[in-house]
Design a binder for this molecule. Structure first.
Ligand SMILES: Cc1cc2nc3c(=O)[nH]c(=O)nc-3n(C[C@H](O)[C@H](O)[C@H](O)COP(=O)(O)O)c2cc1C
Ligand SMILES: CC(C)CC(=O)C(=O)O
Length: 410
């Protein structure tokens, strides 16, 4: 027993405990920024609770002494069927930041999604090495030249794909972010867009330096912020690249932008869409020839009231009919959630906040811990359900409980 306990972090045996441990280690601004969703947070909550509607139908008396949790993606055999989703500004959590996440993903043999708005550059992340795939999350800016340059850099650095985020025509309303007057501390900058390289004076932006904070009590409501529709006029951002000004792009369309992106990326990097939530858009994605989609609602941070991703997944899977891979993120907090998502037809899963909690808890080692907890849970769940390989996980292993408590096969 003593031996077994010694391989564990007894303070963090679950993702929930990791979340609690991280809570104490983050300042309020960071904690609120990472943890909140949009508006009342109902989609954020439902992303998690919706998993409880599904129960597992375990099969027995199969030799489960060897469980293979691995899954191929971008030509690499990942150790598990999930990776770390792109989340912005990871050095807010810990000085290891995105480099710590990259090293943890490399050690665990899982893919890493890097946010366009990371606090390290994509070159620094690539330099951490590893055969595990790296994916660049892309906010396609209205000034396409910025995006063109970023895409070229990602190609050169060996990124396997871009995940174009399509659920941010405007930024969702995050009330704590507004209340806290969120600013990037002066010692940090957005690694991919350092001040001075994007048509600005070389001065850090207000958002990056925190200057004029007092003079601008609600920075998100600057006319150029474009996050809200309460009278602000949309203005093409011309200054330094900051996330409030550049991440949202209300002008993107299937016709204008997807072909452009494919031309920029292919064949070296695949083009995926992150933020698909309906069968109609999934079919359009197939029609426009993208390489894959991620069913996502941005961790409940964009359209509050949107369906939980695990509930949106089945209609997308049914529409796509295996023509392109379908991934899912949002609310995954246990290995059984990964199992359920795979059973409902996802080819792969991504986890966002748990990696941030790992980082906040112990930097790189904390992300490694998070990946180990989730990997062990996936492996145990597969064994107890009677599945030896990821490919064996199908709808036959699930039941659904409706609001009246009736249980049915899928
Ligand atoms: C703090 C934070 C920052 C995020 N930053 C980005 C980002 O820069 N680009 C993006 O496409 N998604 C971003 N996301 C969304 C994640 O990629 C992912 O969709 C979401 O976190 C999944 O939900 P989960 O946190 O419940 O696992 C962010 C999420 C969080 C929590
Ligand atoms: C750069 C930001 C817009 C990052 C983001 O997507 C988020 O905070 O949800």
């Amino acid at each position: 027993m003593a031996d077994k306990a010694s391989t564990h972090d007894l303070n963090c045996l679950t993702i929930a405990e990791l979340e609690a441990a991280a809570h104490e280690r983050m300042d309020k601004q960071t904690r609120d920024y990472y943890n909140e969703g949009a508006d009342s947070n109902s989609t954020l909550r439902e992303n998690i609770t919706a998993y409880a509607k599904y129960r597992i139908r375990p099969r027995v008396l199969r030799d489960v002494s060897r469980i293979d949790t691995s899954k191929s993606l971008f030509g690499f055999r990942n150790s598990v069927p999930f990776g770390v989703a792109p989340t912005a500004m990871q050095r807010l959590a810990h000085s290891d930041g995105e480099l710590g996440t990259a090293r943890a993903c490399m050690t665990a043999g899982v893919p890493m999604g890097l946010s366009s708005f990371a606090t390290h550059s994509l070159e620094e992340v690539a330099a951490q090495g590893g055969e595990n795939p790296k994916v660049l999350q892309l906010y396609l800016f209205e000034e396409k030249e910025h995006s063109r340059r970023l895409i070229a850099r990602a190609k050169k650095a060996g990124f396997k794909a871009v995940f174009l985020t399509v659920d941010t025509p405007m930024l969702g309303r995050r009330n704590e972010e507004i209340r806290n007057q969120f600013t990037l501390p002066p010692h940090l900058e957005i690694g991919n867009f350092p001040p001075g390289e994007h048509g600005d004076s070389g001065e850090k932006s207000d958002e990056e330096t925190g200057r004029e904070k007092a003079a601008r009590p609600s920075m998100q409501r600057r006319p150029s912020a474009r996050g809200y529709t309460d009278g602000d006029k949309r203005v093409l951002p011309t200054g330094p690249v900051t996330f409030h000004t550049h991440a949202p792009n209300p002008t993107l369309t299937w016709e204008e932008d997807i072909d452009w992106l494919k031309q920029e990326c292919l064949p070296e990097m695949e083009v995926w869409l992150k933020g698909i939530a309906t069968s109609e858009d999934a079919l359009l994605a197939v029609h426009h020839g993208v390489n894959g989609i991620v069913v996502s609602n941005h961790g409940g941070r964009q359209l509050n009231g949107a369906l939980a991703t695990i509930d949106a997944l089945p209609e997308v899977v049914e529409a796509v009919q295996g023509k392109i891979p379908v991934h899912v993120d949002g609310g995954i907090r246990h290995g059984t959630d990964v199992f359920k998502a795979l059973a409902l037809g996802a080819d792969f899963c991504w986890v966002g906040r748990p990696a941030l909690w790992g980082l906040a808890y112990k930097g790189q080692a904390g992300v490694e811990l998070m990946l180990k907890l989730l990997s062990d849970e996936v492996s145990l769940c597969m064994a107890l359900a009677g599945t030896i390989k990821v490919e064996q996980i199908t709808r036959d292993y699930l039941m659904k409980i409706d609001t009246n408590g009736f249980v049915s096969r899928l």
